[in-house]
Ligand binder design. Structure first.
Ligand code: I22
Ligand code: ZN
Length: 192
């Protein structure tokens, strides 16, 4: 690595991160609404499903873990499932049907009216995430999208779309985790 290149990359990333972070307060009302909706669904016995690809798959399983385990408080377990964690299901459905179906098929198997899907995609256009959202809507589930600027195709299908105003995948992912943590804290406080 050339030393001369190191600083601009770091500085640029930090600057972009700060810039996107400072605009996140504009999502305050939508975040609050999403947390209230999730808390209401869980209170009524629903399950929160999460899905995403790559870094968003990591976010999905991270956030499901916060709800099943605990975020900050010791309290009863909350019903949450990340749809990107079962490799046997994903490889079987991907191989026998299509990769676009890997999350939708699980929604068809497990989703019920009154459940919630949190669909995470920085572009908002990943076909397997879009298919999951369509399947969830078809089953009367509440759908919350977490996307980048514009919301892509997810924006058309979600009940609430939390759009981070950036086209940079890593910067959007960094904000998704922050927004997800805020939602987990609000849900935990509302229910316990
Ligand atoms: O983590 C990163 C990039 O920061 C990648 O793994 C990234 O998540 C993948 O390219 C995903 O396939 C992107 O999908 P999406 O966010 O557009 O739905
Ligand atoms: Zn990443």
């Amino acid at each position: 690595m050339r030393k001369g290149n190191e600083k601009p990359v770091i500085d640029k990333a930090l600057e972009e991160h700060r810039e996107v972070l400072s605009s996140l307060a504009n999502l305050r009302e939508k975040i609050k609404f999403a947390a209230e909706m999730i808390a209401q669904n869980l209170r009524r016995g629903g399950t929160v499903f999460f899905c995403g690809n790559g870094g968003s798959a990591a976010d999905a399983q991270h956030l499901a873990g916060e709800l099943v385990g605990k975020f900050l408080r010791d309290r009863p377990a909350l019903a949450a499932v990340a749809l990107n964690t079962n490799t046997s299901v994903i490889t079987a459905v991907g191989n026998d049907y299509a990769f676009e179906r890997v999350f939708a098929r699980q929604i068809e198997a497990l989703g019920k009216p009154g459940d919630c899907l949190v669909a995470i995609s920085t572009s908002g256009t990943s076909p397997n995430v879009v298919e999951a959202v369509r399947a969830a809507r078809g089953r009367g589930m509440l759908v919350i999208g977490m996307t980048g600027a514009g919301g892509g195709r997810l924006a058309e299908w979600c009940d609430i779309c939390l759009e981070v105003p950036s086209h940079s995948t890593p910067r959007v992912q960094e904000m998704h985790l922050l927004v997800g943590h805020i939602i987990c804290q609000m849900v935990e406080e509302a229910l316990c």
